[in-house]
Design a protein around this ligand. Structure first.
Ligand SMILES: Cc1ncc(COP(=O)(O)O)c(C=O)c1O
Length: 380
């Protein structure tokens, strides 16, 4: 079989491949060689935590390894209900609904809430699952400049629609910055037709007391209608969720096609995510967040001192190199030190801002963090 689109990708240097890795440990074999991985979203190291592995084994024995059917048929199992009440507590909402991925949560939530009669206002750097949800909904999509509330406000005022949905990530995955959420919330505040959906994929478990996320940390729970999250990053499991009021949950149960027409999340993933919520809310979660912060501060400080520009102000460290070829050279130099963090290039990021997206985790030791910093110092 030949596919011209694959050839075109190769010609443009955009051909993608997977790298076989052995485990989610920070030190593991990637592509046949032992490497220090610093590009995963396993921010708290929970994907290899013994408490979660134990919860997985117990759930598999008690409930089986798969849900066997959609939640609306016979796949609504005890671990789903327990997980959803834990997530609602974490997010301080009335209710939560688990999906089979964060991608499915965004696509399902956005396309349930708005249709051809409506308008969506979406940050220019929102995640692809938000972009796809907007497209699928059929609503008029208005993209506002990244984190620019004036641009959002202007578009929002100009448009007349049945419903107006503002959508933003809180912590942005590729820029590591945080949305000005208080100001964004003011745009929809007081508008009976206005809705605010935020994606806390990179904040849940990491930001705020008990890892509640940016929304809870800034006291904005009442101002945000839907909080989307994923179990697949700091929570070390698989799946996604929407935390909201009870009526919005009912809407999603009835209208979200990615919920209705998809097998329920496996009871193993649900039980693991629930255990993770317990961990992040407790003393161990606090300890892991502190560990993560120490690693991030060490690497940010030393990499900046070495002359690189590091975007953002969160636990994600986008080290900006510039031209795509130079970013590849830096990634290769890091690889020479056994540090695995691939170059992120256009079209994923704007031209001239190719970067290495470094994400340290709580599972990295201080020595690991120093090794990453040294690798950058030598690569410069
Ligand atoms: C901001 C954001 N939203 C949603 C997702 C999708 O989550 P999942 O990996 O659970 O599908 C991701 C990551 O993949 C993400 O970075």
């Amino acid at each position: 079989m030949t596919y011209p689109e694959l050839e075109r990708r190769r010609e443009r240097g955009l051909y993608r491949e997977t790298y076989p890795a052995r485990s989610a440990d920070p030190t593991t074999e990637v592509d046949g060689e032992e490497r220090l991985v610093c590009c995963s979203n396993n921010y708290l190291g929970l994907a290899t935590h013994p408490r979660l592995a134990e919860a997985a084994a117990k759930a598999a024995e008690e409930y089986g390894t798969g849900a066997g059917a959609s939640r609306l048929v016979s796949g609504d199992l005890e671990p789903h209900r327990e997980l959803e009440s834990s997530l609602a507590e974490l997010k301080r909402t009335e209710a939560a609904l688990a999906f089979s991925s964060g991608y499915a949560a965004n696509v399902g939530a956005i396309s349930s809430l708005v249709d051809e009669r409506d308008a969506v206002f979406s940050d220019a750097l929102n995640h692809a699952s938000i972009v796809d949800g907007c497209r699928l909904s059929g609503a008029d999509v208005h993209v506002y400049s990244h984190c620019d509330v004036d641009s959002l406000q202007e578009k929002y005022r100009e448009v007349d629609a049945r419903r107006k949905l503002v959508v933003t990530d809180t912590v942005f995955s590729m820029d590591g910055d945080v949305a000005p959420l208080e100001e964004v919330a003011e745009v929809t505040a007081g508008d009976p037709d206005g809705y605010l959906l935020v994606d806390e994929a990179h904040a849940t478990g990491v930001v705020g007391a008990e890892g509640t996320g940016v929304v809870g940390d800034r006291g904005l729970t009442e101002a945000v209608d839907l909080q989307v999250g994923t179990h697949s990053k700091a929570l070390g499991s698989q799946g996604g969720f929407v935390a909201s009021d009870e009526m919005t949950r009912n809407l999603l149960v009835n209208e979200a096609r990615s919920f209705v027409y998809s097998t329920g999340l496996s009871p193993v993933d649900a039980a693991v995510a629930r255990e993770a919520v317990d961990v992040v809310r407790g003393g161990e979660g606090e300890r892991l967040r502190r560990r993560l912060r120490e690693n991030v501060e060490l690497v940010r400080g030393r990499v900046e001192d070495a002359g690189y520009r590091v975007y953002g102000d969160s636990h994600i460290l986008p080290v900006v190199v510039g031209a795509a070829e130079e970013a590849v050279e830096v990634a290769d130099a890091l690889d020479g030190h056994g540090v695995f963090a691939p170059a992120i290039r256009p079209p994923t990021v704007p031209e001239g801002t190719s970067r290495i997206r470094v994400s340290m985790t709580a599972a990295h030791s201080r020595e690991d963090a120093e090794r990453v910093a040294e690798a950058f110092e030598e690569a410069v």
